[in-house]
Design a protein around this ligand. Structure first.
Ligand code: NAP
Length: 493
């Protein structure tokens, strides 16, 4: 029998590190963090395409207990996020728990030993009393199933596997996808390409970005008087909260709030693009908030350049020389960039096979029934399992809000377990069902249900047509519930 760790955490991004910090605070020190990549940082280690930056204000994108006064810009570039992750790992002494290039294939609850057995692709097995999955929401890249894509003779690069050696200068570049990643990348490609063709299936809402360097005296003030940064964070968080709660979650009662967001994007487009036909193509026909909007001052203007084409005719196939659209036109390409996002609902919930009590397979159970995790974190029949990237777990717009809400839930749950001298927790089916019913009802007021999202093709929606990624409550309410949920929603043994 192999050693049983206190906990096995899968994923060394910000979610996994937050969970490790919390477990250490709760007195568990024998932690094993398994990470499939060769370093920590999750999204911010994997993604390094040109233009990568956080797309909400940096002051809100950090652990509240570990503010970073050094962000160089209002929206910090990707490498600074990676540096912050490294700083957190070092400061909280997390590296000693981490094992990199450790690809987990599955986990199974061992009823007799009351622990989780975690299988790795190299054939080894690890065991932990607790299992925490922190595999991210956007970590399983989606390669589009376009016929002939493997025949392309030039270079194909997915944004999550950016090849720093790919030659772009003066090349004929095609990019598929116009999501938040493309909004950052397209302007960069537009600057260097000989010709750029952007293949758009569904336009995205883009508003003006109020960005800029954070002046050195402000950074110094943040470092010297942390309260000043906390105040800035509070302002940023409040703006994001109002946008989310009023504009998206309470759409039915406050459609005007949603309309403000939409109008801001439409005004931005009108200011930046004078050609009415181009503007029409770039205008979404679904409600604001159905899918993640973005901020950019350079995205729309890129399409007005003579060497950039916006292609909205559907792609028929790819051949060795380029892309052929359904009207028979072809674009010869040297480089094909796939900004095609992630597969959430088939490949990410969960990202690995997880088998609980009575052989319940989490992915199958979710797909055959309805996707739900109690308070976005635990699932019946999965004892001692914390699923950090679950349906209804994402709360607010900064991922750190979600992370810290989940840390609060863990504190209460593990505290209850320890107080009872128990070793196993499991959420009840009843509590899970009641939570699902409540979330379903709340979703009825959101833009996802009450608005017009049919044409958005949003990854917020699962294969059952339900938008169950985001928790339809305010972050304040999510945090309050995490700190006060009824303890008897769980069984302890
Ligand atoms: P995404 O929003 O899912 O966008 C993928 C794009 O690829 C969509 O435009 C999609 O079109 C298109 N696409 C996919 N398959 C296609 C196919 N077979 N044919 C044609 N087009 C296809 O992915 P993303 O842009 O990578 O962004 C994902 C999320 O990552 C964002 O919403 C955001 O939350 C996050 N993100 C964050 C940051 C940041 O904070 N710095 C930066 C980038 C991204 P359809 O819409 O028609 O399906």
């Amino acid at each position: 029998m192999t050693h049983v760790h206190d906990a096995v955490i899968i994923g060394a991004g910000f979610g996994g590190m937050g969970a490790a910090i919390q477990l250490r605070r709760l007195g568990y020190d024998d932690l094993l963090v398994l990470e499939r990549e060769d370093d920590l940082g999750g999204t911010w280690h994997v993604n390094r395409y040109p233009g990568l930056a956080v797309d909400i204000p940096s002051a809100t994108y950090s652990y509240s207990f570990e503010p970073n006064p050094h962000w160089s810009r209002l929206f910090a570039p990707g490498p600074e996020l990676k540096a912050y992750a490294t700083h957190v790992a070092d400061k909280y002494d997390l590296r000693r728990h981490m094992r990199f290039n450790a690809v987990v294939s599955g986990a199974r609850w061992d009823e007799d030993a009351s622990c989780w057995e975690v299988a790795l692709e190299d054939g080894s097995v690890e065991r932990g009393r607790f299992l925490l999955t922190a595999t991210g929401f956007l970590s399983q890249p989606k390669k589009p199933d376009i016929p002939g894509i493997d025949d392309f003779a030039g270079k194909v690069v997915h944004t999550t596997r950016w090849d720093d050696d790919v030659e772009l200068e003066g090349k004929r570049i095609g990019i598929i996808g116009t999501g938040a990643t493309a909004v950052q990348l397209v302007p960069k490609l537009g600057k260097v390409a000989g010709h750029l063709t952007v293949y758009q299936r569904t336009p995205i809402y883009v508003s003006a970005k109020v960005d800029g360097n954070v002046p050195a005296p402000v950074r110094a003030a943040f470092a010297k008087v942390p309260l000043t940064q906390r105040a800035t964070r509070l302002v940023g968080t409040s703006i994001l909260e109002v946008m989310m709660v009023a504009g998206v979650l309470h759409y039915r009662n406050m459609p005007w709030a949603n309309a403000i967001g939409r109008a801001a994007c439409e005004r931005h487009l009108k200011r930046q693009v004078k050609d009415p036909e181009l503007r029409r193509k770039l205008t979404p026909d679904y409600d604001f908030g159905c899918k993640r909007p973005s901020f950019s001052n350079s995205y729309y203007p890129t399409f007005t350049k003579p060497h950039v084409d916006l292609e909205t005719t559907p792609i028929d196939h790819v051949d060795e020389g380029g892309i052929v659209t359904t009207d028979g036109r072809r674009a010869d390409l040297d480089v094909l960039v796939l900004a095609t996002g992630f597969n959430l609902w088939d490949a990410n919930f969960p990202a690995i096979e997880i088998i609980g009590r009575e052989g319940r397979d989490l992915g199958k159970w979710w797909r055959d029934n309805r996707f739900c995790a109690y308070e976005g974190i635990t699932v019946p029949k999965f004892p001692n399992f914390i699923s950090l990237n679950s349906p209804y777990s994402y709360s607010g717009l900064s991922y750190f809000t979600t992370i810290e809400t989940q840390m609060a839930h863990m504190e209460r749950l593990f505290g209850a377990l320890q107080e009872r001298g128990a070793g196993v927790f499991e959420v009840s089916e009843e509590a899970n069902d009641a939570f699902l019913e409540r979330m379903t009802e709340l979703l009825g007021n959101s833009v996802f249900n009450a608005g017009s999202c049919a044409t958005a093709r949003s990854y917020y929606f699962n294969q059952h047509g339900e938008a169950v990624l985001l928790r339809p409550t305010s972050t304040i309410s999510a945090h309050r519930e995490a700190a006060r949920f009824p303890l008897d929603d769980y069984a302890y043994a």
